[in-house]
Design a protein around this ligand. Structure first.
Ligand code: URA
Length: 255
C-alpha cells in the first residue's frame, strides 16, 4: 500500500512522526519535548504543532519522509459485485476485493451490479467529490457490447447527445467501433457525465441494448492489465494526473 500514500492536509506533528515509522506517538512527544524535532529548520517544542503540506520535518537532523493515511486504489470490479461495502441481502460487495489492512476507503461513484472495470476507491473525500462533480467533466471510457450494428445516423445521434428515458438529455459522446460481428457490436464510448446507468440508457435510446459493459478508464486511470477482481494502489503519476483533471474547470461547454 506504500505507493498510494501522500500528504494532503495538515497533520499533528506526533502523528506525522509516528506515520513515518520513526517512533510511537508517545515517543514522538518526548522527542519533541527534548527539542530533537525541527520543522523547516526551526526547533519545535509545542506538542500540538501541526505539519502543513510542503513542510520539511527532521528528527535529530534526519529528514522524515511525509506519509499520511490517505489511500488511493483502483479495483478491477467483476460483474455480479455491488459497488457498496455491505449488502443486507448478502450479495458480493466490493469490500471483499480490498486489502485486509490499511485505511477504510469508499468508492468514487458507482458501477452497476453487472458492469465490470475501473473502480476508484479512496478516503480522500475532497478529491472524490471533485472527480464526480459535473463542472470538471472527467472523461470515462467504457467498452460496450451491444445488440446489432449502429447505423451512421445512430452514431451521429450519440455523438450529438440523446434524450434518455425519463426525459434527461445526455451530452454527446465519443464513439469508436472496435468490432462488428453477427448480431452484436463492440463499441468504445467516452462520456464526461455520470448519470445513473448512463451508457446503457444511451444505447437503449438508439435501440441497441447493452449486453456487457466494462469501464476501461476513469480520467487518466486505465484498467491496463490489472486482472479481474484485483486491486492495486494508484501510482504517484496517476494521482497527480487525477488531481490535475479534477482542477481544470469547464472543459465541456455543453454541461
Ligand atoms: N453507465 C452504465 O450504464 N452503467 C455503469 O455501470 C456505468 C456507466
Amino acid at each position: 500500500m506504500k505507493g498510494c500514500l501522500a500528504v494532503s492536509d495538515g497533520t499533528r506533528l506526533n502523528k506525522y512522526i509516528a506515520q513515518a515509522g520513526i517512533a510511537s506517538r508517545r515517543r514522538a512527544d518526548e522527542l519533541i519535548a527534548y527539542g530533537k524535532v525541527r520543522i523547516n529548520g526551526k526547533v519545535v517544542r509545542e506538542l500540538g504543532t501541526m505539519v502543513a503540506p510542503g513542510d520539511k520535518v527532521d528528527v535529530s537532523g534526519t529528514p522524515i519522509t511525509p506519509i499520511t493515511d490517505k489511500a488511493y486504489l483502483v479495483v478491477h470490479k467483476p460483474p455480479g459485485v455491488l459497488t457498496t461495502l455491505r449488502d443486507p441481502q448478502g450479495r458480493r460487495t466490493i469490500a471483499e476485493l480490498l486489502p485486509k489492512r490499511g485505511p477504510r476507503v469508499v468508492p468514487v461513484g458507482r458501477l452497476d451490479y453487472d458492469t465490470a472495470g475501473v473502480l476508484l476507491m479512496t478516503n480522500d473525500g475532497e478529491l472524490a467529490n471533485r472527480l464526480l462533480h459535473p463542472r470538471y467533466g472527467v472523461e470515462k471510457t467504457y467498452r460496450a457490447t451491444i445488440a446489432g450494428r449502429l447505423t451512421s445516423d445512430e452514431v451521429k445521434r450519440l455523438n450529438d447527445g440523446v434524450l434518455l428515458d425519463g426525459g434527461e438529455l445526455a451530452a454527446g459522446a465519443k464513439l469508436r467501433v472496435v468490432s462488428v460481428r453477427t448480431g452484436a457490436s463492440v463499441i468504445d464510448i467516452t462520456i464526461h457525465e455520470g448519470r445513473n446507468r448512463q451508457v446503457r440508457r444511451m444505447f437503449d435510446a438508439v435501440g441497441h441494448p447493452v449486453q456487457a459493459l466494462v469501464r476501461l478508464r476513469f480520467g487518466p486511470v486505465a484498467l491496463g492489465d490489472l486482472p479481474i477482481g484485483h486491486t492495486r494502489a494508484l501510482t504517484s503519476k496517476e494521482l497527480s494526473a487525477l488531481r490535475r483533471v479534477a482542477s481544470q474547470d469547464e472543459k465541456h461547454s455543453s454541461t
